[in-house]
Design a protein around this ligand. Structure first.
Ligand code: ASP
Length: 439
């Protein structure tokens, strides 16, 4: 059994957190590959090292004195080194960084040093070998991640190896320059490593015990999710639930490697398993609820629309011509509705309305703003009768007016449109009927 273990920023924010991470790695021989993030926040108002690096580099870029900012960053690492009583110094590393900042090595290079230095410390602390991500993770000329080259080189490099640290978040371009993934990208590195090293489990250590059924800012202490499929997770993260970087799913998914989200501060908690497929039923029929505010609907009416071949295409053409992507498109016999992001749509609304009139000659076009979409996701819905009925009676009881319903043919989710103002009430009502009522 082999595992990749990735630690998030809060798991490595201080010497104390580092010790917990060290304990976790040492307690299981299978934990052979370690991916660290940069030191995160130690307390709520603290600043992540990655953010400190971006700021510092901005100052360097404008040829101003950045020594104070760099010193503050170095002291974050020195504090960890001394707290762990390690016999090492980053003086030389910081000289190189200072020089590269002066030579304008780029903000990606700057940000990547957060993970790079934490990786150096981690490798010393664990006695593991250090592999620089720039040597094994590759992007192409267009700046896109080169999955096959990476898998090939990294796979060969790791073959037969155990006890390795690879810093998260970055790799290199064909010209050797450092390039980072988008924010939170260490999750992706962990996934890439899992695939290349052909491990059995990708453990992702963070500061929560896995995913929650609903957003804790809306529901007080929501229950956790034991097991979730990749597809369910994709639906939920698309709708705003976030713990794992969205792109972290792809490398492991193609190999069927499960991800286990774990809590560094409560390692005995089983956390959430993200799997390809499972016979395990979710406890509450639904797996999770997520949603977003800020949508507009464009309702188009035309008598006998059902007979008019090409009507839908003409309408969608207008959205395409205006560079607006649509989110959902429920339709009736003589109506169709297009849901779009309000902020994308606002500037172009009149062009869209006149465009639809010109191309499709509808009877009327009406716009409704300030709508929210809620996704109720669950693999269990397929085999359970009455799920939709329960959702809508709960919403009716809570006095929430449902503006739109969309159930995908996969029967994996039901999307509900409500007014922005009803968003929280609706999520509470759905949570209560499926979860609170069944605890
Ligand atoms: N340190 C990077 C960030 O703050 C990447 C990561 O933590 O995953 O976004």
């Amino acid at each position: 059994m082999k595992k990749v273990v990735k630690f998030g920023g809060s798991s490595l924010a201080s010497a104390e957190q580092f010790k917990k991470a060290g304990e976790i790695v040492r307690s299981d021989k299978a934990r052979a590959y370690v991916v660290p993030s940069a030191p995160g926040k130690r307390y709520k108002s603290d600043t992540k090292v990655t953010d400190m690096l971006y700021t510092c580099y901005e100052i360097a870029k404008s040829d101003k004195d950045f020594s104070k900012q760099l010193k503050a960053i170095k002291s974050r690492y020195d504090e960890i080194i001394s707290g762990l009583k390690l016999d090492m110094s980053l003086d030389e590393e910081f000289k190189i960084i200072e020089r590269n900042f002066k030579e304008k090595a780029g903000s990606d290079y700057a940000a990547s040093r957060g993970e790079y230095l934490n990786g150096r410390i981690m490798s010393k602390y664990l006695g593991f070998e250090f592999i620089d991500a720039a040597d094994v993770i590759f992007f192409n000329e267009d700046g896109e991640f080169d999955s096959e080259k990476t898998n090939d080189v990294l796979g060969r490099r790791l073959a037969g190896m155990s006890g390795v640290v690879v810093p998260g978040f970055y790799g290199s371009l064909p010209d050797g320059k450092v390039k980072t993934f988008s924010r939170g990208g260490s999750d992706i590195t962990g996934s890439i490593l899992s695939r290349a090293a052909k491990v059995d489990i990708y453990e992702n250590w963070t500061d929560v015990s896995g995913f929650l059924v609903a957003d804790p800012r809306i529901i007080d202490e929501p229950v956790g999710i034991d097991t979730i499929t990749y597809r369910e997770l994709r639906e939920l993260s698309y709708m705003g639930a976030s713990v794992l970087h969205e792109d972290a799913i792809f490398p492991v998914r193609r190999e069927g490697i499960p991800i286990n989200i774990k809590n560094t501060n409560a390692p005995e908690d089983s956390g959430t398993w993200i799997v390809e497929s499972t016979a395990q039923k979710s406890k509450y029929t639904i797996t999770g609820i997520a949603g977003k505010k800020g949508f507009c609907s464009v309702n188009i009416d035309k008598a006998k629309m059902n007979n008019e071949i090409g009507f839908g295409r003409k309408v969608l053409q207008v959205f395409e011509d205006n560079g607006i992507s649509f989110e959902h498109m429920p339709s009736g016999i003589d109506t169709m509705t297009i849901f779009v992001h309000q902020d994308e749509f606002m500037d172009k609304e009149q062009q869209v309305v006149s465009g639809i009139h010109r191309l499709a000659h509808p009877d009327s076009v009406e716009i409704e703003a300030d709508l929210a979409l809620i996704a109720v996701v669950g693999r269990g819905m397929k085999s359970t009768r009455g799920t939709a009925g329960r959702i809508f009676s709960a919403l009716a009881h809570a006095d929430v007016n449902v503006k739109m319903i969309d159930q995908g043919s996969s029967e994996l989710n039901i999307i509900i449109g409500v007014a922005n103002d009803d968003f929280e009430t609706a999520i509470k009502a759905i949570y209560d009927i499926f979860v609170t009522a069944n605890i």
